[in-house]
Design a protein around this ligand. Structure first.
Ligand code: ADP
Length: 467
């Protein structure tokens, strides 16, 4: 079975978020399940540099304003210099509609067999940038591959003005509620949700949440209508990259039988973030975009209580100016207790996972979340809101879970400063009993956060479509 995956970001070529990790990991994970997946992504400068002298397997004389090719390396790259050969951010360019219409168009061409040595049975698109692929496949008619579309974050919808419709090479009837039209404009995500054979999102709870008016971000009604086609499949993480027993970015490697070695990582982390070198202080780590979605403003309100309880907070992240400033102010107000590193830092992210006692993810909504999966694997106890994928991956350590020996973290709701404070107090109480705490860590480390199970779900979904 052959699957074409279409995404705008694929690790290690280009990454701005979790989508890149997922799109990068799926092909390998699916191999084990007997599925051959190739990925198509835009030929951004970094992608073209990585592909070097790859062979051209498909040419377009005019792909929305210029010549283009598909190069075949480890991935298919859409080499369209007039659309993708530019610096700056990946998105937010004035011609984004045409840039990503082109991605969808090329995907549909491959779907219809334009590359004879790779004719996919299914075209699987990710997020709005791939949203027109199922539309082009749908409206061309005739024999076409099956279509699957995955929502990684419903907040990003790819909405463009109606006057661009004429240039998109879609038939006039596509500009309708049953097609790509959305609130009077063109909705890339909406088109995919309307026209794909199957829809997935990245956790079962998020799949439920987005069907509601409250969390559906304008698409709840459509998702209710398409409910029978929608499933939630959790993400995994690359357990080769994220393995505390072999992780060279840690000060000390360890496994569930050698949790004591985490102390060395904690000391290194305290040093790196300017925190007091105190092994007994419960160290709460955060690795996150500093934005409203991630509940970072709530975390700021929790700092005085954390400090009073003798705990520490170590933050790695970047994002909204006001939040960055808020954490810097807190670090100055609580020297040795709050440590902050602004920016993106892969090595420090690993050290936080390997050295922090708790990883806090107080998101307002979270389609899946990868940070808590890494935390489980690293014996950093996750403290999370009961939303989306966080609710599906962390087992709250309530009294019964503790007695049954199955708790893996602390889960709270509703999302509010008071409930966050309460969860932090529960964690601090548990921290005082170190042998019970180690039980929590070991439970988490036993959790299967690999791609094996999710890949089997995707493979089963593709098979259903093909047969
Ligand atoms: P999102 O994609 O919404 O930002 P996810 O949890 O799905 O959130 O994925 C983000 C990934 O990027 C996680 O693995 C997280 O640990 C990592 N990450 C986030 N911010 C940073 C940072 N400042 N430095 C290093 N890694 C980060």
């Amino acid at each position: 079975m052959k699957i074409l995956s279409v995404a705008s970001e694929i690790f290690p070529y280009v990454k701005t978020g979790g989508l890149a990790d997922v799109a990068g990991a799926l092909p390998n994970a699916l191999l084990a399940a007997g599925v051959e997946m190739h990925s198509l992504l835009p030929g951004y400068p970094a992608v073209m540099a990585a592909l070097g002298t790859a062979e051209a397997v498909l040419r377009f004389n005019d792909l929305f304003g210029g010549p283009a090719r598909v190069l075949a390396g480890r991935v298919f790259a859409l080499d369209a210099p007039h659309l993708f050969a530019r610096g700056g951010l990946l998105y937010g360019h004035g011609d984004d509609a045409m840039r990503f219409a082109a991605l969808g168009w090329a995907a549909a061409e491959i779907g219809f067999g334009a590359i004879p040595r790779f004719v996919p049975d299914v075209v699987h698109g990710h997020d709005w940038q791939a949203g027109l692929a199922p539309a082009y496949l749908h409206y061309r008619g005739g024999q076409r591959p099956g279509t699957v579309f995955t929502v990684h974050n419903l907040a990003f919808q790819g909405q463009f003005p109606a006057h661009l419709f004429g240039a998109m090479r879609l038939p006039p009837e596509a500009f309708a509620v049953e097609g790509v039209e959305y609130y009077g404009g063109i909705g890339f995500l909406k088109a995919a949700l309307r026209l794909s054979d199957r829809l997935t999102t990245v956790s079962p709870t998020y799949a439920e949440e987005i069907r509601t008016d409250e969390s559906g971000m304008g698409l709840g009604g459509l998702l209710r209508e398409r409910g029978a086609a929608l499933v939630g499949i959790l993400n995994g993480i690359d357990t080769g990259v994220w393995n505390p027993a072999t992780d060279s970015l840690l000060a000390a490697q360890y496994d569930a039988g050698r949790l004591g070695a985490r102390a060395e990582n904690k000391a290194a982390l305290q040093q790196a973030l300017g925190l007091a070198r105190n092994p007994d202080a419960m160290l709460v780590g955060v690795i996150s975009r500093l934005v409203w979605q991630k509940g970072m403003d709530l975390l700021l309100t929790a700092i005085p209580a954390l400090a009073a309880a003798g705990a520490q907070l170590g933050v790695l992240g970047a994002g909204e100016h006001g939040l960055e400033e808020g954490f810097m102010v807190a670090a100055r107000a609580y020297p040795g207790v709050v440590g902050v590193r602004l920016g993106y830092d892969e090595a420090l992210a690993h050290l936080i996972q390997g050295g922090a006692d708790v990883i806090a993810v107080p998101s307002r909504f979270e389609p899946c979340g990868l940070t808590q999966l890494c935390a489980l694997r690293y014996g950093a106890v996750p403290l999370v809101t009961r939303v989306g994928g966080l609710a599906d991956t962390v087992i709250d350590t309530n009294e019964m879970a503790l007695a049954a020996g199955v708790g893996t973290g602390f889960v709270f709701s509703p999302v509010a400063p008071e409930t966050l404070g309460c969860a932090l107090r529960r964690a601090a109480a548990a921290w005082r009993d170190q042998s019970a705490w180690q039980g929590l860590q070991r439970n988490g480390m036993k959790t299967d956060v690999s791609w094996a199970r999710p890949a089997a779900h995707y493979a089963a979904l593709y098979r259903e479509l093909v047969h």
